[in-house]
Design a protein around this ligand. Structure first.
Ligand code: FES
Length: 174
């Protein structure tokens, strides 16, 4: 087996003047998030969620700002962010379509639901439509196994799907 390595030594970070991790976000973190954890560093994941919720993705500059705030290295925060496919380090579509592929949905035909989404959107899992409207993801259990097969469109859960009902939902979302 060969390891494929990427040379990131010459990578540049796109920057903007104003910070992503704003004073308001820090104030909210200190008020509502940090008190729930034994250390500041333990709040890395909820703060990544805060940033992603605010911008719909997590720019590298935001990783650096969060690392400085949590007194971690940028690589530690980046390690955490890249471990979870739910964090987006590139801009994604306005709506993320999450099709469940875990056991209950698999038994109930998730492959047909995914195919309906691929046909309707013209993209593969991990891709974004050219108009920036949808990003398609194929993910593990969405926690609604009793109503499989299911998928999220944005933050809305759709249950007991058929290929036809899902295509209609995507049409209506467009
Ligand atoms: S297996 Fe699909 S929601 Fe749990």
């Amino acid at each position: 087996m060969a390891w494929i390595t990427k040379n990131s030594g010459s990578a540049t970070v796109a920057r903007r003047d104003e910070p992503y991790l704003t004073d308001e976000m820090k104030a909210k973190a200190e008020r509502e998030i940090l008190p729930r954890f034994p250390t500041k560093q333990a709040a890395t994941i909820p703060l990544l969620h805060e940033i992603q919720h605010a911008y719909n993705w997590i720019p590298m500059q935001a990783i650096e700002e969060l690392a400085a705030y949590l007194e971690l290295s940028a690589s530690q925060v980046l390690d955490t962010a890249t471990f979870y496919e739910e964090f987006f380090l590139e801009p994604r579509g306005e709506y993320t379509v999450w099709v469940c592929r875990s056991i209950s949905c698999e038994l109930m035909g998730q492959d047909k639901i995914l195919r309906a989404a691929q046909d309707k959107l013209g993209i593969e899992p991990g891709q974004t439509t050219p108009d920036g409207k949808f990003t398609l993801m194929h993910v593990e259990c969405l926690g609604s196994c009793g109503t499989a097969p299911c998928a999220l469109v944005g933050e809305k859960l759709h249950e007991c799907l058929t290929p036809e009902s899902f295509a209609k939902i995507l049409d209506e979302t467009k």
